[in-house]
Ligand binder design. Structure first.
Ligand SMILES: NC(=O)c1ccc[n+]([C@@H]2O[C@H](COP(=O)([O-])OP(=O)(O)OC[C@H]3O[C@@H](n4cnc5c(N)ncnc54)[C@H](OP(=O)(O)O)[C@@H]3O)[C@@H](O)[C@H]2O)c1
Length: 310
């Protein structure tokens, strides 16, 4: 059932004009921070939105914004041809969609939840086996600010299907990228970006702990840390080029990095700051040095990540 121009529509939000009434209705399932952000952007753009969440309080809260709460998954699925899922992981999708009709013909499921590429491919196969169409969407966003200039939406799945939903997806995140037909691909890029982001955030918190525990000034440290962001960009480009040529590996530099990691460990421990993160990093340099010694050639750290031992 299309909710456009039916009496079941929520009242038009302030600022909407008549032409926006023709925008297709969208269903959003899962109302955590990202699901809520998704609903808000869609409502602001003039889409009628039907929403469903496993537990009721988040659903009631979203109704106050102007979305139509569905009492059942079946009702949520019936309300729109495009269903956006924003759940904690792919496993949650099965239990939710199984509450609706077994036949998903005519429905496009865009799963915006995070998971591994393989879990995502299985999820896509599960939906298509039930007659539905499937796109993977991975929010690489500035927290829940979908419209932030730094926010990206990585999408993978059939290109014609992406083209058919491009306007909607770009409404959510203006910088939306279709990365390829393989449903797992969006997760590859997203999880790789997260691998970097997690380590960056954890290491930055460690750095702040060292500064604070040493009695130094956090603002001054952050001013230094942020004054040359192009330095990080240079390293990323340099290492990426190096990996294409076999990787950055130089035994003297590996030794220097190993020794440098020890200095960070000593600095942290002198002021009672946990140094496990740097110990883990140091172990990669140790393994690269050991492998370099055994093979008689420099073994880059990335080769250790690729599983090279000797
Ligand atoms: N937060 C971010 O900054 C961010 C950024 C990019 C991507 N993501 C990804 O986007 C997805 C949503 O993230 P989020 O932060 O909004 O919320 P979340 O805490 O990861 O997920 C919350 C949603 O999942 C539902 N849920 C959890 N287990 C369920 C189950 N077994 N069956 C049915 N529903 C279940 C919750 O329902 P209840 O309310 O009933 O518990 C809620 O609607 C995640 O995959 C996350 O990794 C998050």
């Amino acid at each position: 059932m299309d909710l456009v121009n039916t009496t079941e529509n929520p009242p038009l939000r302030k600022g909407h004009n008549m032409s926006e009434k023709t925008k297709p209705s969208v269903t959003v399932i899962g109302l955590g921070p990202m699901g809520r952000a998704t609903v808000k952007v869609l409502l602001d753009a003039g889409h009628p939105v039907t929403a469903w969440n496993r537990t009721r309080p988040k659903l009631d809260a979203i109704a106050e914004l102007g979305a139509r709460p569905a009492d059942t998954v079946a009702e949520a699925l019936a309300a729109s041809d495009t269903i956006l899922l924003s759940l904690i992981h792919y496993d949650a999708m099965y239990g939710v969609l199984e509450q609706g009709p077994a036949d998903l013909t005519g429905k496009t499921i865009v799963n915006l939840s995070s998971d591994s590429p393989e879990q995502t491919r299985k999820g896509a196969a599960w939906v298509t086996a039930r007659g539905g169409d499937f796109l993977t969407g991975a929010y690489m966003t500035q927290s829940d600010d979908l419209q932030h200039t730094a926010s990206r939406l990585y999408v993978s799945g059939p290109e014609p299907l992406f083209d058919a939903h491009r306007d909607l997806l770009e409404t959510l995140v203006p910088a939306t990228h279709h990365l390829g037909e393989d449903h797992g691909l969006a997760q590859v890029y997203y999880q790789a970006a997260l691998a970097r982001f997690h380590a960056f955030l954890a290491s930055f918190e460690q750095a702040l702990a060292i500064v604070e525990a040493s009695g130094a000034d956090i603002d001054r440290f952050v001013a230094f840390a942020t004054e040359s962001p192009e330095s990080d960009v240079d390293f990323m480009r340099y290492f990426a080029e190096a990996v294409k040529q076999g990787g950055w590996g130089d035994v003297a530099n590996l030794e220097m990095m190993h020794a440098g990691a020890q200095h960070v460990i000593d600095t942290a421990e002198e002021v009672g700051v946990d140094a496990d993160l740097t110990r883990a990093v140091q172990r990669y340099y140790r393994r690269a040095l050991d492998a370099s010694e055994q093979t008689g050639r420099p073994v880059p750290v990335y080769r250790i990540f690729r599983g090279e031992t000797a």
